[in-house]
Each structure stands twice: as C-alpha cells, then as structure tokens.
Design a protein around this ligand. Sequence first.
Ligand code: PRP
Ligand code: MN
Ligand code: MG
Length: 181
Amino acid sequence: LDDVADDLEEILLTEDAIHERIAELSREIEKDYAGERLLLVGVLKGAVMVMADLARELKLPINMDWMAVSSYGSGTQSSGVVRILKDLDSDLTGRRVLIVEDIIDSGLTLSWLLANLQSRGAASVDILALLRKPDAAKVDVPVRYVGFDIPNKFVVGYGLDYAERYRNLRGVGVLAPHVYA
Ligand code: PRP
Ligand code: MN
Ligand code: MG
C-alpha cells in the first residue's frame, strides 16, 4: 500500500487478514455444499478480487459467472433502481448459486440482485460479502457469509474503488478526506 499511503487515513484490513478470513469462510462453504457443484456469481467490478481468491481457495467443484449492474444512475445517492449492464451467461435452473460481493453498503444492490436471481429457478441462492457496513443499511439483506463488519467510512482497495482508482490495493483502507474533498 506504500505508493498510496498519503491517500489513506487508516489501513482497516491487511492482505493477510483478508486471506485468512477467506480461508475460514471457504471451510464453511465446503461443509455446506459438500458433494455439490457451486456456481459463483461475481458482481463486477468490485467483487473481482474476492472472487479470484475465494474460487482458488475453495476445494469444491465450481463454475464462475459474472453480472454487471448499475444501481446509482447518474446521481450519488443509491436509488434502489438497478439496471443489468451484463447478464449471466449461465442458466440457473437447478443450480446452487452463491453471489459473491465485495461490500454491502445500503444493501440496495444485493436485495434487488437476490430477488432477480431467485426468480430464475435456481435450487438455492445465497450471498457472500467480504465487507458489510451495518450502520449504512437501508434494507436488510440476508447474507449467509460475511467477512468483516466495518464502520460506515469510505473504504477502498481489494476491488473497491473511488472514481475507478485504488481497486488494485492488496488491503482495504479508509480513504483520506483530502482525496474527495
Ligand atoms: C459498489 C459495491 C457493491 C455496491 C454496494 O459497487 O461494489 O456492488 O456498490 O452498494 P449498496 O449496498 O449501497 O447497493 P459499484 O456500484 O460502485 O460498482 P463497482 O463494483 O463497479 O465499483
Ligand atoms: Mn460493486
Ligand atoms: Mg464502485
């Protein structure tokens, strides 16, 4: 994180802490889906890093697919109106589906996505989110696997961006106000 140290006011999660937590969650998932093939659905673009690490950590047969959605339109406030920018390639009929997200903020994106995928005939649809901000929740999302509950601050790294920057940081940090002020 050295080259952007001035842009971060605090490092919340190190690369090691994230990997350790993903390994723990993977052991739970392996038990819960033992003997089955799991379809991991990553939500572009934030979930790319957690998807890549989770998929390689899991000792289960998996498939990976991706969706891109837009929930914010042109405004800064999440509207709850979600548009599909890229749909899945897979048919969900009879599949065990695990949605993989980097963060639950207001919860509006995931509550819409969960309902949308549940309507496609899957055998089950569950959610894994690496991060969750309990104090930012506008709707309650039933998450099966949560990595970390974090404070309601602007965080970047490990897939999470501010203006499309910082996604490639290996850890997660709190963005310093001077960056967006
Ligand atoms: C971010 C994040 C989640 C969503 C969470 O994605 O990656 O997908 O917002 O917010 P919510 O709980 O308030 O709906 P964003 O729309 O910024 O797109 P990105 O993943 O491409 O950065
Ligand atoms: Mn996202
Ligand atoms: Mg974003």
